[in-house]
Design a protein around this ligand. Structure first.
Ligand code: NAD
Ligand code: LMR
Length: 328
């Protein structure tokens, strides 16, 4: 029997990530090749005509899984009945801008969209925040939507996770799909800590294969941390196809589960695991089963890693304070 369609909201759908993301969702890349979807696309009135153009293209693409498209500038209409919400809408960072510069523009958007989701989304709606500052926007959304369970509100660090896989695969000349269990800890920012201490290729530790701790503790980390800025420099626009693909990976693994023995990185509401600050959205290694994520526990954290976990945690605490000061 055919499955009931799942309603997926994409905010900022007329933007560049939105343009890459909606066809992926309509092709089943996010929720599976047998899962019909109804797309809800939200943007602001300034972008309404472009949004309508995206809707026209979705119709023209004749995606068999796409059972309907709602394209609107009305946040209530956009949020009504959605089962998955991918929050891409916001003010993007431009070349030369620090992420903190965009904070005040974005946290007020996330405060108001929190209420709309809380009141109108389907029960148990899963939320993924992509727009930067992603961790702190997700935290604001959580705080202003108190009836949505905290475990349902996450942010995207899967792009950073995939970037780390990509760097290791290039360095070792192995298939990216053979690299497993890297971790992104903390903030989706230049303080994030890409950690390979538990990563493997086949049954071998990545450290043993790379045989170059100086590279792993230096250039590898900074390349992943700075990759978003490098793409902005090269494209004069922030990453879009890789961000859209990572958003699909994030939701797919959350809903359908992570493969046995494999974890992924997700920004989730911190319970203070690994002695990082509780009460911020922090990226951890997680496994997913039956639509629920669980933080992987018990991984050894050496002194080098400890400092990096603390540094990015401190930045998130500071961003939280800054976000509240922008809202007051
Ligand atoms: P974009 O400017 O092309 O698109 C953003 C869209 O959001 C625009 O169409 C804009 O009109 C819309 N928008 C603005 N305010 C809105 C609101 N209140 N409600 C609904 N829509 C609204 O930007 P983009 O390149 O698509 O990037 C989107 C966001 O994703 C940015 O914040 C960017 O920094 C972030 N990003 C995050 C990651 C990540 O890994 N977490 C990666 C890449 C980009
Ligand atoms: C990225 O990691 O590519 C983006 O978050 C960069 C940005 O600031 O938009």
């Amino acid at each position: 029997m055919a499955k009931e369609p799942v309603r997926v909201l994409v905010t900022g759908a007329a933007g560049q990530i939105g343009y890459a993301l909606v066809p992926m969702i309509a092709r089943g890349i996010m929720l599976g090749a047998d899962q019909p979807v109804i797309l809800h696309m939200l943007d602001i009135p300034f972008a309404a005509e472009a949004l309508n153009g995206v809707k026209m293209e979705l119709v023209d693409a004749a995606f068999p899984l796409l059972k309907g498209v709602v394209a609107t500038t009305d946040v209530v209409e956009a949020c009504t009945g959605v089962n998955v919400a991918v929050m891409v809408g916001g003010f993007p960072r431009k070349e030369g801008m620090e992420r903190k510069d965009v904070m005040s523009k974005n946290v007020s958007i996330y405060k108001s969209q929190a209420s709309a989701l809380e009141q109108h989304a389907a029960p148990n709606c899963k939320v993924l925040v992509v727009a930067n500052p992603a961790n702190t926007n997700a935290l604001i959304l959580k705080e202003f939507a108190p009836s949505i369970p905290a475990k349902n509100i996450t942010c995207l660090t899967r792009l950073d996770h995939n970037r780390a896989l990509g760097q290791i695969s290039e360095r070792l000349s192995v298939q990216v799909s053979d690299v497993k269990n890297v971790i992104i800890w903390g903030n989706h920012s230049s303080t994030q800590y890409p950690d390979v201490n538990h990563a493997t290729v086949g049954d071998k530790p990545v450290r043993e294969l790379v045989k170059d701790d100086e590279w792993l503790n230096g250039e590898f980390i900074t390349t992943v941390q700075q990759r978003g800025a490098a793409i902005i420099k090269a494209r004069k626009l922030s990453s879009a196809l890789s961000a859209a693909s990572a958003a699909c990976d994030h939701i797919r693994d959350w809903v359908l589960g992570t493969p046995e023995g494999t974890w992924v990185s997700m920004g989730v509401y911190s319970d203070g695991s690994y002695n990082v600050p509780a009460g911020v959205i922090y990226s951890f290694p997680v496994t997913c089963k039956n639509g629920e994520w669980t933080i992987v526990q018990g991984l050894a954290i050496d002194e080098f890693s400890r400092k990096k976990l603390d540094l990015t945690g401190a930045e998130l605490t500071e961003e939280k304070e800054l976000a509240y000061s922008c809202l007051s």
